[in-house]
Every structure is written in C-alpha cells, then in structure tokens.
Write a protein that binds this ligand. Structure first.
Ligand code: ATP
Ligand code: MG
Length: 200
C-alpha cells in the first residue's frame, strides 16, 4: 500500500484545491523556504489522525484553515472549512475488504483498490467540527486508527520522520534509542503487554 495522491482544499497555505500525485517508490517535494513543503506532510498527519495539533504546527485545529492574511497575523472571515484527502493505493490488498468494511461500518465502500481517507475541519461562529471519512463513509478517528494500525501505520510508529527527529535520535541515551528500535521491530507492544500483565 502506498499514498498515490493527496487532495488539499483550503488547507494551510493551499488556498485552492490542489492535487498532489505521489509515486510508488520515491517522491520528493522541493521548493523555496516557506512554499508549503512541510504543510504537505502536515496534511497527511492531519487527515490520518497521526499527530496532535501542535505536531502539525498549529495552536488550534482552525489554524489549519487557509487564511490569506496568515503571514501578517490577521484573522480571516472567509470560507471557514478545510479538507484533506489521502488516496492510498491498496491494489496489493495490504488491507482486505472485510477490514475496510469493518472500519467504515458499511458495505457500500466501492472498490477497495483505492482507500481514501478524508478529514474536514469546519468552523462556525461559535464552534468548530472535525469529520473523518473512509471511502466516503463518515467514521470516527478510532475507526481510522484501527484500520491504519492493521497496515502498520500508528501515531507511535516512525512512519513519518519529522524535522529534528534525526538529531534527537543522535542525542538520545542508548536506552531511549533502543526503545525506538523496539517500536520499529514491533516488539514494543509485547513489553507493554508484559507490563500490563505484571500489574494485574
Ligand atoms: P522550509 O523550507 O522553510 O521548511 P516549507 O516549504 O516547509 O519551508 P511550510 O512550513 O510548509 O514551508 O509553509 C510555511 C508557510 O505556510 C508560511 O508562509 C505560512 O504563512 C503558511 N501558512 C501556514 N498556515 C497557513 C494558513 N492557515 N493560511 C495560509 N498560509 C499558511
Ligand atoms: Mg519545512
């Protein structure tokens, strides 16, 4: 499974609906400072529910909505809604139909050669709302997290290496570094289960 396309609509610096294609093996995003490269990564973390708001460089969820006066620090009264779609190629059936049906809570999910996870954030006068979808079916964050975990994608996992992570790993104590290796190797979950069992 791999990400084959992102569709950003009104997300951060992407004021216009923008489709970004990804290749199966390797894709690089280049551009001048401040052109929105990191915002592309933020969009993936946002849509897949893999990071807290601070992890995608926003104080609150509604800061993720495109604001033309952002650099000037102005607040904006325009369209107060942003969305990101992550289109994943599942032709190799990393996730099978039953898993997707279970997560989407519906049989009506179309062809699972493609799995589309979408998140929307909408601001009203006195509140804001966040919505998640799997192949167009409205779901909760936990449904997305459960589904992605079955493909080995988790918030604790190192599926995304953030700016500064490498330096942090170099400066870590050997013990902490070992924890990361355990996480990647998939043995950390057994340590957690062992600890939980000891506690009982
Ligand atoms: P660098 O090379 O310095 O890492 P980058 O390409 O990663 O740069 P980003 O951090 O992705 O750049 O983008 C920063 C830009 O996004 C800033 O110009 C900032 O004003 C803009 N931006 C962030 N949030 C919003 C928003 N809600 N509305 C409009 N623009 C935004
Ligand atoms: Mg950057």
């Amino acid at each position: 499974m791999y990400i084959k396309e992102l569709v950003l609509d009104n997300f951060k610096s992407f004021g216009q609906k923008t489709r970004i294609p990804f290749y199966e093996d390797f894709t690089t995003v280049t551009g001048p400072n401040g052109s929105g490269k990191s915002n592309v990564i933020d969009s993936v973390l946002f849509a897949l529910g893999l990071a807290r708001t601070s992890g995608i460089r926003a104080e609150k969820l509604t800061d993720l909505i495109y604001n033309p006066g952002h650099q000037e620090g102005e607040s904006f009264q325009g369209q107060r809604e942003a969305s990101v779609e992550v289109v994943m190629d599942n032709a190799n059936r990393t996730l099978d139909r039953a898993q997707v049906v279970n997560a989407a809570g519906s049989d009506d999910i179309g062809d699972i050669d493609e799995i589309t996870i979408k998140r929307r954030v909408k601001e009203t006068e006195d509140n804001y709302y966040s919505y998640y979808y799997i192949n167009g079916r409205s779901v909760n964050l936990s449904d997305i997290q459960d589904l992605l975990a079955q493909a080995g994608i988790t918030p604790e996992g190192y599926n995304v290496v953030m700016q500064g992570d490498v330096t942090e790993i170099i400066n870590m104590t050997p013990g902490s570094r070992r924890e990361i290796i355990d996480e990647i190797a998939g043995v950390a979950q057994f340590d957690e289960k062992k600890e939980a069992a000891f506690e009982e």
